[in-house]
Design a protein around this ligand. Sequence first.
Ligand code: S3P
Length: 451
Amino acid sequence: MAHSAASRTTTPTTLAQPSGPLAGTIRVPGDKSISHRALMLGALAIGKTEITGLLQGEDVLATAAALNALGATVARLDDGRWTVDGIGVGALAEPEDVLDLGNSGTAARLLLGMLATHPITAFVTGDASLRRRPMGRVVEPLNRFGARFVAREGGRLPLAVSGAANPMPISYRLPVPSAQVKSAVLLAGLNTPGETTVIEPQPTRDHTERMLRHFGATVIIEAEESRRRITVEGFPELAAAPITVPGDPSSAAFPLVAALIVPGSEVTAEGVGINPLRAGLLECLREMGADITLLNPREEGGEPVADIRARAGTLTGADIPAERAPRMIDEYPILAVAAACARGRTVMRGLSELRVKESDRLSGIAEGLAGCGVNVAIEGDDLIVDGAGNLPAGDALIATRLDHRIGMAFLVLGLAANQPVRIDDATPIATSFPGFIELMRGLGALIREEG
Ligand code: S3P
């Protein structure tokens, strides 16, 4: 067995082995990005917000716990729906203890935005992965509102934030294409007089803008070619509004790509979000020749959704432009797996942001693929995968590095490889896709935990 990406751990390994055709119709858990925002805006609204389809993954549960500590009341009903009794913009209470946001960058950065313009002090931390990730990218604009931060070197967690008592509105041009930074600034703008503007040179997921409008805020979006100027008016009266969370396209990506690469498969994922700013993976897979059909497109709760059907077939390599990265930033691990099973070279350009995700995904993908016998290289910020057009060897132990998407991507690869693939730790998968292994097994995937 190749051990290039192995780690020493006592957690049981999880093994995926070459499987027969996958078949079935599935529903993946709710969208993680939308779930965080539904809870946060529900907390800032007046009244009771009812949420259907909330992701009950650890990341979102961390947001729920933090909002409870800040004075809102987040609760789960017996029928699986969630409610948030909001306290209104400007009414967050100082939390008595440290806010621990676990593995979730979205929870940390968006909550820091909310805290930055409330006159309270809060202490924020997270797990070993989150404590390594850069927070300077939100600290910098939030300082300009008048918030004060004390952080570890490099702006890392744990950090303390003292929100501005008299915040000043800002106009901020994003130095990196990040929906988290954009959202942190817009959320800070809610409890700030006047207009807060974010300028994004490349469009990023717009769930915050859509949901702000859904709750009654005034959001002005001016678009000029790829550049967008998003302005929110301060002190809106947000009113509780029901929300239906679509299935997460970033989660659906794993069973759908599995269906594309395991010969003879056909899988349909129902009710998946197809927001154009999240749909880059579908564009890539179609360019690679994938048999993917969108059925029954519709709108639910202000977001476009569809049922997505994937059928196995031959994939060919493609050249993926850097400009597409913000529309599929979380999908590179699974795209790289598809590329490893394709015929020819796939070049994925402009992936510097992958280095600051739950792990350094650029090196995690490359090391993992190399361990599975795939020809792979990193050149600058580009990832190059040479697919041989036949099954990758497999026979590797992959270090998950506290990264749910690395774990799921390599389990999917194991289903289509010549030899099994093991991951050292499947527990991070619960941050975004609780029930992933059971769902895949329901489709016929041979995945099991080892002793
Ligand atoms: C997210 C935005 C993305 C993405 C993350 C969720 C969000 O991060 O990687 O999983 O909910 O806004 P960046 O905006 O920092 O790229």
